[in-house]
Structures are given as structure tokens and as C-alpha cells.
Design a protein around this ligand. Structure first.
Ligand code: NZQ
Ligand code: ZN
Length: 340
């Protein structure tokens, strides 16, 4: 077995010792690869692949957050993937229950996602108490990420299943209710458990209702973390309210009304555009005041230098489908909105 982990948080919280003794008790031969970076890098993946070959590894155990799990997924050769097991330590990406992985190459400023059913973990252990040690900042970023996974699917003008919209609204309300509690009281089991379960269900495919959905904020954010190595959830938090403002028009306003009234309890008798603006304001208040995340690009060290190239890479040189189809110029305008 090859056990992979990040920069050492699992040692501090005692999880490393527990995992190693369980593996040894089971009589398994253990190899280790540590130091997987947040925004995991291709170099770590290559090291893992090398170890799998050298030691004839037959199962991979990822102990960590999305970065460790993602890097481990890519190590498992795709044609005939090695089985992946994960012990999740951070509620955010849903990597523990999905088929995706995202890897960065700092030399080329690329951050590329891959989807493959072979990468779905065979088993994932979700113990909320393991997330007691997650910092308030990472809790906030993880919560912003979970919300974004829901928004990417929820904000569409397709006639989708009412049941799925209610389910997503319930998950959004869960995050909005419990993220601040988990930040204030890191060892609140109920808060950690609800966030952990929400992270998996937001992105495990259920809310798609069997359809393939085009995402918008994630492709934009992956360019930010590719160029500036910022935390994924933080980038999403800055982009999301601006993207919502940019997509708001007469043809889309009804979705904002549904979101604002059902998730934030805004008065449904107000004019639709007022409800929409209030909904975006309430979301911003949650992200930037309650979760205390930074609000603008300059605050996180992003300036206009790479706007054009990041926007071009976001849309792949053409039009990116989604809630509102976006071209390079649109993405540049959304980036510009994040400057203040
Ligand atoms: O490296 P260690 O020491 O473990 O510390 C980590 C890291 O510094 C720390 N941490 C994790 N669990 C902890 C803890 N600290 C204390 N106690 C614990 N229990 O938190 C930091 C961030 O960890 P990371 O794994 O990078 O965070 P996250 O889970 O948010 O993963 C982010 C990565 O996942 C990708 C992102 O783009 C980013 O690269 N995503 C993966 C997705 C997927 N597979 O479906 C979808 C997402 O949209 C996202 O793109
Ligand atoms: Zn995400």
C-alpha cells in the first residue's frame, strides 16, 4: 500500500499514527509519500507514479484534503486504475466521492482537471472529528467551495427537477448555517458533520439529475490558482458574486428570485430585480463578513497583468457555455469587477 499525505497536519492531529498502526495491524506493507502541496503539483504525482512502479503498489490510501486525494487519483494509472481509498481531513472539494482530480503545473501556469470514473475512490472514511483541527480560514474556503459546487449546477435556466433544486437549497442553507459555527467552535461535531456530508453531496453527481452541466466560476478560478497559487475556495468566493451580477438580466432574474427567497428568506413580494440584488448582497455579506474572506483581487495579490491570458485560457479561445455563455471579453470584465 502507498499512503499519501500533505504537509504534516495529519501528524499534528494524531491521525498519522492511527492510520499507520491500523495498516500494520492488517499486515499490509506500507510505503509513504508526504508533502503533497495545496494546489497539488505534477511533480508530486510523478513521484507517486514512480513509487507505485518501483514497489509494485496495489492500493493507494490518500489521507488529507482535496489536494492529497486529487494527486493520488492521478497517480493511479487510468486504463486500469489502482484502487483508491481516502481518509478525508477537510470538507470542501468532494474529491472523496467524485470522479474528478485537478493538478497544477507551476512551470506552465496550468491547472488542469480530469474526470474519469476509474478515479472514484473505492471507499472514503468521513469522520467529522478529524476536521476539528481545520483552521477557521480553511473552513471558510472549504465552505465557499461547497457553495460554489452547488451554484454551478443550480444557476441554470433549464427546467430541472424541482426536487433537486430543493435539495441544493437545503445544502446551501446547511453550509450557511454551520460554517460560522465551525469557525467559532472548531470541535462542534454537529457543524463539522453537516459540512462534511454537504461537501460530498454537493458534487457527487446526484444534483446533476443525470445531465452534464457546464460550470463557470470553476474554470475562471482554476486560472487564478494556476497563476497565483491562491486557495481554491478563496478565489471562488471573490469571483462568485461578481459572476452573479454579470449574469443578471431580465431573462435570468427568476432564478435569483428563487435563490433569494428560498435560501435567504427575502420578501417574495418585492420587485424581482430588487430580490436579485439583495440575494447577491446577502451572499457577499456571508462570504466576506461572516466567513471573513478577502473581497478583492488586490487584497490577494492579483493585478491585471495576466487578465487577458487567464480569460483566454478560461474559455479555451471560444465561448464557455454555462448559465450565461461567456467569451474572453466577458471573463475579463468579471475579473475587472473583482478589482474593487
Ligand atoms: O498539507 P496538510 O499539512 O495536510 O495541510 C492542509 C493544507 O495546508 C490543511 N488541512 C487539511 N486537513 C486538515 C488541515 N489542517 C488541519 N487539520 C486538518 N484536518 O488544509 C490545507 C488545504 O488542504 P487542501 O487539500 O489543499 O484543501 P482542499 O480540500 O480545499 O483541496 C483543494 C484542491 O482540490 C481541488 C482544488 O482546485 C485544489 O487544488 N478541487 C478538487 C475537486 C475535485 N476533485 O472534485 C473539485 C474542486 O472544485 C477543486 O477544484
Ligand atoms: Zn471547487
Amino acid at each position: 500500500m502507498l499512503m499519501t499525505y500533505g504537509g504534516g497536519s495529519i501528524k499534528k492531529m494524531g491521525l498519522y499514527d492511527r492510520a499507520v498502526s491500523a495498516i500494520k495491524d492488517a499486515g499490509l506493507e506500507l510505503f509513504e509519500l508526504s508533502g503533497i502541496e495545496p494546489n497539488p503539483r505534477i511533480g508530486s504525482v510523478r513521484k507517486g507514479v514512480q513509487m507505485c512502479k518501483e514497489h509494485n503498489i496495489d492500493v493507494l490510501l490518500a489521507v488529507g484534503g482535496g489536494s492529497t486525494i486529487d494527486a493520488t487519483k492521478i497517480m493511479a494509472p487510468i486504463e486500469r486504475a489502482l484502487p483508491i481509498v481516502s481518509i478525508l481531513t477537510l470538507a470542501a472539494t468532494g474529491s472523496e466521492m467524485d470522479t474528478a482530480a485537478v493538478i497544477s503545473n507551476p512551470e506552465t501556469n496550468d491547472k488542469i482537471g480530469r474526470l474519469d470514473p476509474n478515479m472514484l475512490p473505492k471507499a472514503s472514511f468521513l469522520d467529522p472529528s478529524i476536521t476539528f483541527s481545520v483552521s477557521p480560514y480553511q473552513t471558510a474556503c472549504g465552505s465557499a467551495d461547497i457553495l460554489s459546487h452547488l451554484f454551478e449546477v443550480y444557476f441554470t435556466m433549464d427546467q430541472d427537477l424541482y426536487m433537486l433544486d430543493c435539495f441544493m437549497e437545503g445544502l446551501m442553507k446547511t453550509v450557511i448555517r454551520f460554517a460560522p459555527i465551525a469557525m467559532r467552535e472548531p470541535d462542534n461535531y454537529e457543524a463539522r458533520a453537516n459540512l462534511m456530508w454537504a461537501s460530498s453531496w454537493a458534487i457527487n453527481g446526484f444534483v446533476n439529475g443525470g445531465k452534464r452541466k457546464a460550470w463557470s466560476c470553476h474554470p475562471m478560478e482554476h486560472e487564478l490558482s494556476a497563476f497565483y497559487d491562491i486557495t481554491h475556495g478563496l478565489g471562488l468566493a471573490i469571483l462568485t458574486p461578481r459572476w452573479m451580477e454579470y449574469c443578471l438580466e431580465e431573462t435570468t432574474v427568476s432564478k435569483y428570485v428563487q435563490f433569494g427567497t428560498n435560501v435567504f428568506g427575502i420578501d417574495p413580494t418585492l420587485p424581482p430585480m430588487d430580490i436579485a440584488h439583495q440575494a447577491i448582497d446577502k451572499l457577499s455579506d456571508f462570504l466576506f463578513n461572516t466567513l471573513q474572506l478577502k473581497r478583492t483581487f488586490p487584497e490577494v495579490g492579483i493585478d491585471r497583468t495576466h487578465f487577458a491570458v487567464m480569460a483566454k485560457k478560461t474559455v479555451g479561445g471560444g465561448t464557455m457555455p454555462g448559465f450565461k455563455p461567456l467569451q474572453q471579453a466577458d471573463v475579463e470584465k468579471i475579473f475587472e469587477m473583482c478589482m474593487k
